[in-house]
Ligand binder design. Structure first.
Ligand code: MN
Length: 332
């Protein structure tokens, strides 16, 4: 799991220890992500399945994509598809993903890069491994998070941000055993590069066996920890958690995570995503690729998509830009 690594963790700024009055957040639930398939058939874990939307708010959905080792010719992506009413945040740990959208946004992301797409009022996009990776096969591992937009921002113009691995803020735990990469928002006084419509924090932490992390966390944010790899515990109550599980924390000032001493040999460290944001506290009407406030708005989104009002698929060079038909049978 490369993402961003450092040779000397101890040279990084340390996360300040919590003050004496800081309240540790209790663990409310630990749930296990079921496995499924997305797009043309790439394996995912549905990280938030079974968790009430009120506990996830401002987040809606998250898939851990892979980790999968593809054979040559096997890598799969998605077809062109629409979104409206939220933002997709895609963080690649291993492998390469190409993205293109009907607003002209797009690019290639790889080890530790993030792409941030604001669908806003509507967009079409495609996400797929590049041709050379399809040919060669290889390791593929990433995360896609859906961040809701408040009613006042659902109709924002679409936007695309590329966040390169080298731009994330790096921190070390007090014991020097945990590397924390701040992708968006802030941890203490360290700020990540992602620019967000609603205040959120996204961090990826890698903990050595036996290491412990206590993060200051804004009391007005919710708090979620999802395990990408390895085994550990969450909370001061040291509740066990492992790969594919999500912890939802209750109110308080700090989040704690620890890696167990004996990790499996193929996953020697604990890797977690730590997520939080200020809840939007509006009704959510979500179906398929659309996250709106009301059922009527979801129906409208499907109609607008069918009518071509969410954008058009860009023309591919040297291919027809309108329907070409042949009336002559080639048979016999
Ligand atoms: Mn999509």
């Amino acid at each position: 799991m490369p993402a961003v690594t450092v040779t000397d963790i101890t040279a990084l700024p340390r996360i300040a220890t919590a003050g004496p009055g800081a309240v540790p957040r209790p663990v409310r639930t630990v749930t296990s992500a079921p496995s499924g398939f997305e797009g043309e058939g790439f394996p995912v874990r549905r990280a938030f399945a079974g968790v009430p939307l009120e506990h996830l708010d401002p987040f809606v959905h998250m898939d851990q994509m892979g980790e999968v080792e593809y054979a040559p010719g096997e890598p799969k992506g998605t077809a062109w598809h629409p979104h409206r009413g939220f933002e997709t945040v895609t963080y690649m740990l291993d492998g390469i993903m190409e993205h293109a959208d009907s607003n002209g946004g797009g690019g290639v992301i790889t080890n530790g890069d993030t792409q941030w797409m604001t669908a806003g009022g509507g967009i079409l996009h495609i996400e797929a491994p590049p041709e050379h990776l399809v040919v060669s096969g290889g390791l593929f591992h990433g995360v896609q998070l859906w961040v809701n937009l408040p009613r006042s921002r659902k109709w924002s113009p679409p936007r695309y941000q590329d966040i390169r691995a080298g731009e994330v803020a790096l921190l070390a735990s007090d014991d020097g055993g945990v590397l924390v990469r701040v992708i968006a928002g802030s941890v203490g006084d360290q700020h990540g590069p992602g620019s967000t419509h609603t205040p959120i924090t996204i961090a990826h932490a890698t903990a050595s066996p036996g290491a412990q992390l206590t993060l200051p966390w804004r009391p007005d944010f919710n708090a979620l920890v999802y395990v990408l790899a390895g085994e550990g515990t969450v909370g001061v109550e040291q509740r066990p958690i492992r790969k594919g599980q999500l912890a939802v924390f209750g109110p308080g000032d700090t989040i704690s995570v620890a890696a167990v001493t004996g990790q499996a040999s193929h996953e020697p460290e604990l890797d977690v995503l730590v997520l939080g944001g200020r809840p939007i506290r509006e009704p959510v009407a979500w179906m398929g690729p659309f996250v709106m406030n009301t059922r009527v708005e979801v129906v409208q989104a499907f109609e607008d998509f069918q009518a071509g009002r969410l954008g058009t698929i860009p023309a591919v060079h040297n291919t027809p830009t309108e329907v070409v038909e042949s009336s002559r049978s080639e048979q016999g």
